[in-house]
Design a protein. Structure first.
Length: 849
């Protein structure tokens, strides 16, 4: 039996300290091996390094790609990329394939904490949806089997591990991708591997380490004994392990048995054969890989011995057929040796172990027979080594070399290329630890649990785009994401071109407006610029930015010439400075005044008329005359939109939608552009204020990263500002995109056809100002949701996304069905999935799938 004897010793100590009033009672000491003799882990050194009893280790996740359904070229590329990885990996490594109920305990904990943020303002719909979301996660956590693949690497020390990590991460390709994972996830993984049948670790894992520190009393133990007792107690088997049986271990939840693959099919394996021999439902498989040193004398001796054996077989054959077979085998071996010695090929030794865990011995026997039968069908065989249950299980955590110290057993020799042919990553999934259930992958059994505000080493910003033909799910995704944001306490502002979001917004307790309704003064100075270091508003820069905004809105609404637009900047600036002086405002606090203290365009008009009367230069008089005409149009014709004090506030609002349809119905597209620009600036200014507050609370450690409130600004039917060539709005969005991520702001754009976005791009790919502005937005977007596109759009998709999306995935985009999407996460992931929406939400999301 393996036990954690610390508690027993403490109990003995306490018993001894009690007064001995009667006869001295003996304390029974439980016999067993101390846990530290079984667990090789000792402490966490850093986020990227965990100390073992001998050496250090780290874990990565493998991004699975559904390439098995791709083109022949994609399949060949996938295998070649895996082969490249195997050739450069010269240290011990291990692939760990799990297939167990999805561990979303962290998601459940996160959701419960976030749901509390808005309890006081929740509608009945929100309360019901929060309960439903938790039920979904709890079901996944206990019932839904989902495969995960991890890579474990080993080295002698921390410095060497850094080199190994660089090698691993630099080997990423299009179809073989290794990703760093958060330290908490590594702790959860180790805990789950020590606790089959009860793998979820409640709460937030302890991650105290050498670099970031530990509690003082724990650090004293680490300094004295070299291990972290909290870390060990967190990952160790719950309720210990029973080791009395000769071929299985007894766990708190059942029985654990290890099958060791002992016979491999050496010829005729199909591509992706690893899917059949390494992956089984409700099991865990480890593939230990050892790099054979081709320059060693042992290696040469082994090759000579093999050649001699085949030569002897040829000479000792008693008939011609046997002799021919032996000669054929000899030639193949000789060619293989030439390839290994002369070419850039690597030779590996592998040990494959399959770990079975079931609640009863009968179920364990049935599972064993199921696995053995499947292996045999594909030409492989496995056995359970008698009296090695403990050693075989311990091998799940240590390197090939370390395990050899326990049981010296040669692994199966295999060329790196032949192992690459097993490519067993042909599935897909995406599970963020801070997300609600989203949907499921189109290929395999993978889940999609996505939070677009998740941040890690690869995903640094939050914006995205939605591209898709009408009726294929684009609007549903927008609304579902808005609902998720509302559930988690984040803010969403929607610019729509219909009232289809009205029912959802009101069900969530939000506001829905006709875009003409909100009273927003274009002449108000909003907080748009901030210093990222001090997190303070830069009022003087805000003044300049907002004066420019006044100029742009005037130019758009009145359709001024470029020359007059340029001249108006000077007059508006001079006017505003005189207004500041006249009403004793402070330019260094210009964003802080009440709405009534800011001027209107009618005040600018009066100032311009006075300037016109006193101006003597004819060119200036002409510019002023055109400016006055434009101001009169804005004030007299569209004064209800542009010449009003702000009477509208977004404070305390979590979900707001603006219906731009009435603006599009105005025959003058300039008014649409001007009011869109006006609304957008007001929304972004509000997002800046919220973001600055969140950044301050975060940097002063008053809020944890998991408590931050994010803001999402979504522009549906985005082809409208593109078609109307609203370059000023596009450029403003681009600038805000670059800065907004620093204060937790995301921007999303939705269009029907990717071609609609590049209206001034010629056949050679040269872009005009509109297309270039759109391309800038696309490059900064992290999440790219692509729904059904016509084949005629593929060339544009290729130009925009380059090699980030494979040719087979591009072709598949033309065949996507309703509700199915190809999600490209910039620089990290490609996954095709279906968003799952309840019947109730389909009714709430009226107008969508």
């Amino acid at each position: 039996m393996i036990i954690d004897d610390a508690d027993v010793k403490q109990e003995v100590k306490e018993e001894k300290s009690k007064p001995d009033k009667k006869k001295k009672r003996k304390v029974k000491i439980v016999k067993g091996k101390p846990m530290l003799s079984f667990i090789p882990f000792r402490r966490i050194i850093s986020e990227d390094c965990i100390a073992l009893e001998d050496g250090v280790t780290d874990y990565f996740s493998i991004e699975e790609v559904a390439v098995r359904n791709g083109s022949q070229n994609d399949k060949a590329t996938a295998i070649e990329e895996f082969w490249d990885f195997l050739r450069v990996m010269e240290v011990d490594c291990k692939f760990i394939l799990t297939n167990n109920p999805t561990d979303v305990a962290e998601n459940i904990d996160y959701a419960k904490r976030r749901f509390q943020l808005t309890e006081t303002i929740d509608t009945d719909y929100m309360k019901e949806e929060k309960e439903y979301s938790l039920r979904q996660l709890e079901y996944l956590n206990s019932h839904y089997l989902s495969g995960e693949i991890y890579l474990q690497v080993f080295s002698d020390d921390h410095e060497e591990m850094k080199l190994v990590q660089n090698t691993v991460l630099s080997s990423n390709g299009l179809f073989f991708r290794v990703q760093s994972i958060p330290l908490a996830r590594k702790v959860r993984l180790i805990h789950s591997l020590y606790n089959f049948g009860d793998s979820s670790l409640p709460g937030i894992p302890y991650t105290g380490n050498d670099e970031d520190g530990r509690p003082e009393e724990i650090q004293k133990v680490v300094d004295k004994k070299g291990y972290d007792p909290i870390f060990i107690s967190q990952i160790q088997p719950i309720a210990n392990l029973g080791t009395k049986s000769c071929n299985y271990l007894r766990t708190s939840q059942g029985y654990l048995k290890t099958l060791h693959v002992t016979a491999y099919k050496k010829k005729g394996n199909p591509l992706f054969y690893g899917e059949n021999v390494f992956k089984f439902a409700n099991t865990t498989t480890s593939i230990d890989i050892f790099n054979v040193d081709k320059s060693s004398t042992d290696f040469e001796r082994s090759l000579n011995r093999s050649l001699n054996e085949y030569e002897d077989r040829i000479e000792s054959s008693k008939d011609r057929i046997s002799r021919k077979k032996a000669a054929s085998e000899y030639r193949k071996l000789d060619e293989t040796i030439d390839t290994i010695i002369e070419d850039d090929e690597a030779l590996k030794q592998i040990h494959v172990r399959i770990f079975l865990h079931e609640p009863s011995l009968d179920a364990l026997a049935d599972k064993e027979q199921e696995v053995l039968t499947k292996l045999k069908k594909h030409g492989f065989h496995a056995h359970c080594f008698i009296d090695e249950a403990e050693t075989e299980y311990r091998a799940l955590f240590v390197s090939f070399t370390e395990n050899q110290k326990q049981r010296k057993r040669k692994g199966q020799e295999i060329r790196a290329f032949m192992l690459a042919g097993s490519y067993f990553f042909s599935s897909a999934k995406l599970v963020d630890p801070n997300a609600l259930y989203t949907g499921y992958a189109l290929y395999g059994s993978g889940l999609v649990v996505l939070n677009q505000f998740h941040k890690d080493r690869s995903r640094k910003s939050y914006g995205g785009l939605y591209i898709g033909n009408q009726g294929f799910g684009k609007s549903t995704e927008i609304k579902a994401t808005a609902k998720t944001n509302r559930l988690l306490g984040n803010n969403t502002f929607l610019f729509m071109v219909s009232n289809e979001a009205e029912r959802l917004v009101k069900a969530c307790g939000g506001l829905h407006f006709d875009a003409r309704e909100p009273k927003i003064n274009p002449c108000q100075i909003y907080s748009t610029d901030f210093d990222i270091q001090s997190n303070q508003t830069k009022d003087r820069q805000c003044f300049i930015t907002n004066v420019t905004k006044m100029k742009i809105i005037l130019s758009m609404a009145a359709n001024l010439s470029q020359q007059t637009t340029n001249s108006s900047q000077k007059y508006i600036t001079d006017f505003y400075k005189s207004w500041v002086d006249e009403y004793h405002l402070d330019i260094d606090q210009i964003t802080t005044y009440d709405p009534e203290q800011y001027p209107l365009y009618s005040n600018v008009l009066e100032y311009a008329k006075n300037q016109y009367q006193s101006e003597t230069d004819q060119l200036e008089r002409q510019a002023l005359k055109e400016m006055i005409g434009g101001l009169e149009t804005v004030v007299d014709t569209y004064g209800d939109i542009f010449n009003v004090h702000t009477e509208f506030s977004l404070d305390q609002q979590k979900l707001v939608a603006f219906n731009l349809e009435s603006l599009l119905n105005i025959q003058d597209s300039d008014i649409y552009n001007a009011q869109y620009f006006n609304l957008y600036n007001m929304v972004y200014s509000h997002a800046v204020r919220v973001g600055q507050q969140e950044k301050y609370l975060y940097t002063t450690k008053q809020k944890k990263p998991s408590e931050i409130i994010f803001t999402d600004i979504v522009s549906d039917e985005f082809h409208n500002p593109i078609r109307t060539r609203n370059v000023q709005l596009l450029n403003q969005m681009d600038r805000n995109n670059r800065e907004g991520r620093k204060i937790f702001i995301a921007q999303h754009y939705a269009v029907h056809d990717i071609k609609d976005c590049f209206i001034d791009m010629d056949d050679n790919g040269r872009m005009g100002p509109v297309s270039q502005a759109v391309m800038n937005l696309y490059k900064l977007s992290t999440y790219r949701f692509i729904y059904r596109q016509d084949a005629s759009s593929l060339d544009t998709l290729r130009k925009v996304f380059g090699k980030e999306i494979s040719e087979s995935d591009l072709q598949a985009i033309t065949r996507l069905k309703e509700g199915q999407s190809h999600l490209n996460i910039k620089g990290t992931t490609n996954i095709q999935f279906k968003r799952e929406v309840s019947k109730r939400d389909l009714e709430i999301f009226e107008g969508s799938i």
